[in-house]
Ligand binder design. Sequence first.
Ligand code: ADP
Ligand code: MG
Length: 254
Amino acid sequence: LERNDRMAAIIKIENLYKIYPVGKEKVVALGGINLEIPKGQICCILGTSGSGKSTLLNQLAGLEKPTKGRVLIGGVNVSALSEGQLAKFRQKNVGFIFPSYNLLQSYSALENVALPPMFRGIGIALRNRRAKVVLKQAAFGKRMHSKPAQMSGGQQQSLCIARALAVEPEVILMDEPTSALDPISTSKIEELAMDLKDRYTIIIVTHNMQQAARISDKTAFFLLGEMVESDKKETLFSVPKDERKEDYITGRFG
Ligand code: ADP
Ligand code: MG
C-alpha cells in the first residue's frame, strides 16, 4: 500500500489551456496539456523560449487561472480555489523558486529563511529551528548569518531553495533555477534537487536538455504551447518518436 501511495501522481494536469489576448490576436501559451507527475520524483519541463513552460508553472502555483482545464495537486482542484483559498494553499503546499533570487538583501540567510513561515502564524522559535534544519540541508550550516550580497549566485539560489523548504511544501516548482549560474554552481543546485526529491515532488523548468537528462525522472518536452512528448527520461532521450523532439535533442532545431 505504501508503495502504491508513493507512486501515485500527486499532480494532475487535465486538458489545460492558457490563452492570452494580445491586442486583437490570441497567444495560445498552453494548448490542452495533459500530464501526470508522480510523487518523489523530479519532472523536467523542457523546451525552447516561449514554449509555455513558465505559464505552466504559474498555473500549477495558482498564480494565474487557466482559460480551460484544471490542475489537481494532491486531489485539490487548484484552478477552482478562490483567491483567499489559493493564498493559503500556496503558503502551505507550494515552494516556488524563480530564476532571479528575490532575497531580502539586508537580512541574513537565517532571517531570509525564517521569515516566510511567519505568514502562516508560526512562532519565531519554531521558525528559527526549522530554518536551521533546512539551511543545513542546503549546505548553509556555517553561513547562517551571512547576507545575500556576500554570496555567489549559486549560494543565493541554494538559499532560495532553503527558503522554499522552510514552509514544508508538498511541491517545489523551479523556473530555470540555474540559467544564471556557472557549471559548478549548477551541479550543486542539481545535487541539492536530487537530495530533496524523496521528500518532495519537484518540477524543474529548463531549456537545458543535458540538465533534464542528468536530473529528471520524467521529462515533458514542450514546443509552442504544446506538450510534444512526455516520458521517463530513459525513454524520452533514447527512443525516437516525435520528429520535433529529435530535432531538439540532436541540435537540429530552429
Ligand atoms: P517559456 O517560459 O517557455 O519561455 P512562457 O510561458 O513565458 O514561455 O510564454 C509562452 C507564450 O505566452 C509566449 O509566446 C509569451 O510571449 C506568451 N505570454 C506569456 N505570458 C504572457 C502574458 N502575460 N501576456 C501575453 N502573452 C504572454
Ligand atoms: Mg520562462
